[in-house]
Design a protein around this ligand. Sequence first.
Ligand code: MGD
Ligand code: MGD
Ligand code: SF4
Ligand code: MO
Length: 692
Amino acid sequence: MSEEIIWKKTHCARMDHGGCALLVGVKDNRIVSIKGDPDGFLNQGYICPKGALSGERLNHPSRLRRPLRRAGARGEGKWQPISWEEALGTIAENLRAIREKHGARAVAFGVGMPKGLDHFFQIRLANLFGSPNVVASQDVCHAPREITGIHTCGFYPVVDLHHKSALVVLWGSNITSTNEEGEINSLLMRQLKEGTDLIVIDPRRIDLVSKAKMWLRLRPGTDAALALAFLNVIIEEGLYDREFVEKWTHGFPDLARHVRDYTPEKMAGVTWVPADDIRRAARAYAAAKPAALQWGNPIEHNIHTFDATRALICLMAVTGNLDVPGGNVEARDPKIMGLGPFVRADLIPEKRKEMISAYHGIIPRLMTVSPAYFRKAVLEGVPYPVRGFYAMCSNPMLSYADSELTYKALTSLDFFAISDVFMTPSAALADIVLPAATSFEYDDIGHYGIGHGYILARPQVVEPPEECWPDPKIINELGKLMTPPELWHDDWRRFLDDLLAPAGLTYGEFCQRGYLKGPDIPRGYEAKGFKTPTTKVELVLSVAEKFRLKPLPSFDGFPEAEDDSYPLLLTSAKSRYYLHSSYRWIERLRKLRPEPLVEIHPETAKGLGISEGDEVLIETPRGGIIQKARLCEGIDPRVVCAAHGWWFPEGDPATQYEWRRSNFNMLTSVERLGKEYATPNLKALPCRIRKL
Ligand SMILES: Nc1nc2c(c(=O)[nH]1)N[C@H]1C(S)=C(S)[C@@H](COP(=O)(O)OP(=O)(O)OC[C@H]3O[C@@H](n4cnc5c(=O)[nH]c(N)nc54)[C@H](O)[C@@H]3O)O[C@H]1N2
Ligand SMILES: Nc1nc2c(c(=O)[nH]1)N[C@H]1C(S)=C(S)[C@@H](COP(=O)(O)OP(=O)(O)OC[C@H]3O[C@@H](n4cnc5c(=O)[nH]c(N)nc54)[C@H](O)[C@@H]3O)O[C@H]1N2
Ligand code: SF4
Ligand SMILES: [Mo]
């Protein structure tokens, strides 16, 4: 046994979207310490509590270590360990049988939040298998901003925290907890120290409100209304960037006429933000040069997400903040293999027409199937039956809206297999469960394919448990059994070199560098215009009629009708100690947040006889769950904010670890969906609470 700690460099992953460069201390193939790497491109030494404890995932006694075959009834919690050969053979045999009987599209492939290259391996597997159906949570995560961006201005406008902004607006983004898509909060903190102004738009007093010049405490679900009111002020008061608007936008006069109706006075009634505050914030955003808008998940968590994202991009454009350093930019990829060739999109040319969501008239360019339509296909055979499912890195029982519906769908499949690092409520319903190796245990690449213009090296630092396989290896081997074997490698790691070949680097050389970034090309549109049909930013969408989209963003009412029996508004926020449904089994994280907490204003709590720490029942017309009351002044008295992602790994396996008890998605439904992305309402739900 050696005594010495060896420090290895890699990047954090699978605790959020990832991004922090890490120094990982390893002794005898065990991680003994993790620190933020001061040389980190994104984090400059920063590390969050989850990242610091992420090594604890690897050695948990109950981690999945053998492939398992279901031994009792579905969900009963009885398993028989089997060999990899048998596990992969069973999966391939069952999925091939479904393909023969119902066609390849009757098998769906599931992914969760993009965690690493595994995500793109899985899409490649689906494509090679011949199925157009990759099921993902994109309906509530980034597709609205990315794809609305592509339709409106030809690219996904990402916040540029790498260049100095005069003002940053956190529009529903709790960046000190979530650091989404590698927007590591240390980049913003440095700017704030150097004098950048901050505006926070959030129904709760998030940490950064203490550093903000303004905090708009809006009513959940009214982001589109607020953005339209900003546009009203900026256009009515002539604060827009005339030159940019004239030269580079399409439909400004129509937008100007259209937003006249959205006065701050009218929208104050809707958004709960006083008219004067709307004016002051809109003026500040228009005056600051440049101003960056970091938008968050809530904008994508209701049926009006297309309007909200459209309105926000119009806002960036008319103020001249689009594609300027320190604003919202088109991030350009380094010279690496593109997504299309990596996933072999060419082999499935009819995907767009064949995928389940095509039948539902989804917005063009959204290439994954929303969970709502996936379950409809499984349960109702609409537009055609789906009978098999192979999922990885995902826990649908917790992450899809309406968990009872998910339960029905997963238990009615002919065959369901999943890979995970731990037994979950979803894995508990599978026929075969595969034990995955995870980050730190294999060579991976971070941030590929998510539109931020860089990739991060995530080299392996320890060996995985003997029978835990990296997802790319699982997929590579499954691929050989059920798709043309010549399209896979003997050793899956060769895909890493393929991906980097255009950059003239091997994976090893890439790891030496740590990351690769594409070029900054400010105002790239000046060369050839914007990549839209009109070559301009389309304030009015030129393809609206063709694609049956709304030409102009509007506010069409609250996501859910008001209801006197449910007088409070329920929203949610991610926990800084967990990733969605993951890792409640890591003891040191669990100690930091042992139970699900619902935030309630003290006045509201008093009126309901609720005290700090009481168990409360939270109810929507859909169902009820139990969480513990946490009183906080910083939330609007009309709003409560419950925790998302809770199940109990210590619970009874025969109830699939109590996924009904505290799971937010027992309260959500897919009865109402946004037309463009099939997004359900996850936030802004009328609710009531009472002490138990
Ligand atoms: N009500 C409500 N619903 C939501 C949201 C919300 O805010 N509110 N958020 C939505 C959003 S933004 C997203 S992105 C989705 C996320 O939904 P999911 O991606 O389904 O959820 P996670 O908990 O991130 O990950 C699921 C599983 O991945 C496993 N895992 C971790 N590492 C590995 C690995 O290396 N290999 C394998 N095979 N498995 C691994 C974890 O153990 C975990 O069980 O949820 C969405 N659902
Ligand atoms: N710690 C941690 N980090 C994560 C994740 C995680 O699960 N845990 N998940 C990752 C993923 S997949 C994603 S997509 C990102 C998401 O990261 P964020 O975009 O930050 O998402 P949330 O925490 O859901 O919501 C952010 C804020 O929106 C506020 N909010 C609630 N309702 C509304 C509303 O209607 N309008 C507005 N304007 N604000 C509202 C909440 O109070 C909260 O402070 O985080 C990533 N990072
Ligand atoms: S902020 Fe994200 S990437 Fe950074 S250490 Fe925490 S979990 Fe990892
Ligand atoms: Mo997400």
